[in-house]
Design a binder for this molecule. Sequence first.
Ligand SMILES: [Fe+2]
Length: 405
Amino acid sequence: MQRTDSPEAVPTEFTASAVKAASPPEEQLYADFLRCGEPYKSMYANNPWLIPPKGGETLQWGDGQYWDTTVARKHPYWKKFPLPQLTKDIRQMRKDLFDWGYCLIEEGMSKTQYMNIKQRILEQAEGERLAGIEQLTPSGQYVNTLINKGSFFGLCIEQHPDAVQAGPLIEQLIDETLGKGWICHSFLSNGADPGGYPQGLHMDQGPLLPWITTEAPALVNTMYILEDVNEINGGTLVIPGSHRILAAAGSGGTVGELPPTINLEAPGGTIMVFDGRLLHGTGANRSDQRRFVATMSNVKAWMRTQENWVLSVRSEVLESASPKLLHRIGLQALVYGATVEGFGLGARGRIGDPWGAIKAFRSAYDRGEYKRVGELSPNSSTQELQANYTVRQVMQAARDAASLR
Ligand SMILES: [Fe+2]
């Protein structure tokens, strides 16, 4: 099609067909990098034992597949290595997290704390099944958005010692790893049901691929172990130290032969803190009991969270949430994240900062009163110009709060 002199004519170069014709895959920017498929491509090529089972396939045992392993102390390869042991010593945890990609907090939850969580999750899982809304995965049932399903889950997200006795220590470790101001990515419970499939081994910060952060992780997970886990009941599969191997490969790099997997062995009450680059996955449960753990990932405050908290958190939970919990679930805007109609631009994301407190928008929405600013112009009516826009109210509330400080 030829360009005409009509002022409405679209230049030919901008048409969808012209753009397509001028964009063969080999000419596209960064195509080799963005579509390299690494590190998984080389990982599977060089370690075919890591290929996950296909749906419908019977799990094979005795062929050396990644799910067919045992705990570190019984493992012919790993038993010689000083892998992380249960500890309450933060200095040891730093070393374990750095060297092996995970550490095991001994009695991170008291017996009462983890039994309460476990009981609540078991009841909730059954309730969701009866309601016909259970989420089944090839490994087992998941219970999502725990914050809405028991008062202590919000306290866990805050790392409050009333719900998780090692909270202050976890807070320190994640501050050191992600930098202060991190928020919660999601908090859910992962079931490994009898006869379930193992999860494919993965990195939790995989969505960043093919970028691999080499100096430190961009995501840190805390796994709440609610009952004794081992090689029988689907103890989490881990390749110890794999975070360092992947970091050494770098963004878009290839990996060679990897060391074998182990099943995690730990008693109920343990909290496993692990690096977002560590290769891991739910194990296959060969017992006759369901096994639940709960996982809480954490990320930098400007990253998109797995849980869309702003939408999903129940109003009752939101109204009673502490400033710290609001911050942790991303309701504290900062320059690069969670701003609403410009509110929060310039805010530093600090807990309780009135200039980034976006809860009022959600509360207005819940009341059916959220009034957004639409098209305005010098021709807008006085009524339109003077409307009670929510952003106007929130700005005024922030000014009032700031002047009281
Ligand atoms: Fe994971």
